[in-house]
Design a binder for this molecule. Structure first.
Ligand code: ADP
Length: 402
């Protein structure tokens, strides 16, 4: 009944097309209307030199068609006879798809039948993938000329769903992470109030201090993560990699000494990157802190930094001989609050946010971080950052200046 792909630019009379396009403009949230109206207003206000071909029906439609082509949503218009008279490219992709998206097209056809009968309909199509995808299909009755037609819209909601899920999980995780130390504090305080033995009171007070600092560390890391995520206070400058590494190593030295882990750093001097000093130091510090935390006393941690001029990146490597990370967890350790061994992480003061911070810093600098590990033998984290192109490098690249 419904013919697909029957739209031919330039067919239909002006009146019909104008009405239909205005309806369309309203339906797609004003963007198209704006383009159309602003085009018309400009024509009305400024008496432009007469350009006969611009006033022809065919050309009056173009700005709107262009606007509809530019939007991400799929738009399909069906006339009263059930013939498809318009389909933008986003909707054409769905119609031509040979994968699960053909289900979306089937849903469009179903809803259009309802809309032609005067009913507005919406429906969600879930494609299980992988990767899973979500589409929202809606169909509305519209007037086309003197007849009744239908307008269908297809919206890809995959990204929206994904961020919604991340947000929901994040809030749930934060609540969980803060609930445990705060719950523990309540219990400890209650017990402390009833306890008379000074030694026990001392111990309980000590536990309260450590639970408080656990909550404080989580909050600090969350704030740091959000600062880095939103790029607040970021100040990009030319930085020498050796200096940034030295600063991070200096900060970890105390903890490393206490853990009996030796930290050493070596690399090429004079390597430059463009970056935010605070973020980069924090990223390298977080990698070092993990290496120290997850290593036994007597082992060593090495930091190396080199340039890979072919790939135009600086590579900063932090390698340890610690407990290692099981292969199945390697991809997930960069997720917020993901821990291979939650008990060990908590005992060592971990918040589960360190590697999420590192990943964000890398992304903010146009780089990336990766991990490899052999369980029981150690882990190796590689931070790749784009090299700062020095003026001489730029010159040689373009063949120099005479
Ligand atoms: P945490 O605060 O728990 O250390 P991170 O985000 O820094 O959180 O790390 C996530 C998890 O990855 C850790 O809980 C730990 O299980 C694992 N991990 C990170 N770095 C190392 C490492 N160098 N050696 C072994 N395991 C590591």
């Amino acid at each position: 009944m419904h013919r697909v792909g029957g739209y031919r630019p330039g067919t239909g009379d002006l009146k019909d097309m104008e009405i239909f396009l205005i309806v369309l403009g309203i339906a797609v949230g004003g963007a198209a209307t704006y383009a159309y109206m602003s085009g018309r207003t400009a024509q009305q206000q400024v008496p432009a030199p007469k350009q006969p071909e611009q006033e022809s029906p065919r050309n009056l439609r173009d700005p709107l068609t262009d606007a509809l082509e530019l939007i991400d949503h799929g738009v399909v218009v069906i006339d009263g006879r059930g013939a498809e008279i318009f389909r933008n490219s986003a909707a054409a992709v769905v119609a031509d798809a040979r994968d699960g998206r053909s289900l979306v097209e089937s849903r469009v056809q179903e809803l259009v039948v309802e809309a032609l009968d005067g009913r507005t309909k919406r429906s969600t199509v879930e494609l299980f993938g992988p990767p899973a995808r979500f589409f929202e299909v809606s169909a509305f009755p519209v007037k086309i000329g003197s007849g009744n037609g239908a307008l269908a819209m297809i919206e890809d909601r995959t990204e929206f769903r994904r961020t919604e899920t991340i947000r929901r999980d994040f809030v749930a995780n934060i609540s969980h992470e803060l609930k445990s130390p705060i719950g523990a504090l309540g219990l400890l305080a209650e017990t402390l109030g009833d306890e008379e033995d000074p030694e026990l009171r001392q111990r309980l007070a000590g536990r309260m201090v450590s639970e408080t600092s656990r909550a404080a560390r989580t909050i600090d890391d969350l704030l740091e993560l959000s600062r880095i995520e939103f790029g607040e206070d970021a100040e990009f400058a030319d930085l020498e990699v050796a200096a940034v590494v030295a600063e991070a190593v200096g900060r970890i030295q105390n903890a490393a000494d206490q853990a009996g882990v030796e930290v050493s750093a070596a690399g090429e001097n004079g390597l430059l990157i463009s970056g935010d000093r605070r973020q980069l130091t924090s990223a390298i510090y977080n990698l070092l802190e993990n290496s120290v935390k997850y290593s036994d006393s007597g082992s060593g941690v090495e930091v190396g930094f080199t340039e890979d001029s072919n790939r135009r990146v600086v590579e900063i490597v932090v390698a340890d001989q610690g407990i290692g990370i099981p292969r199945r967890d390697l991809d997930r350790v960069f997720e917020r609050f993901y821990r291979v061994d939650p008990a060990r992480s908590r005992n060592t003061g971990g918040t589960g946010l360190g590697l999420a911070i590192v990943r964000h810093v890398a992304a903010n600098h146009g780089g990336k971080v990766s991990a490899s590990s052999v369980e029981g033998q150690g882990s190796r984290f590689v931070l790749n950052l784009p090299m700062r192109v020095t003026p001489s490098a730029e010159l040689s690249e373009t063949g120099g200046v005479q």
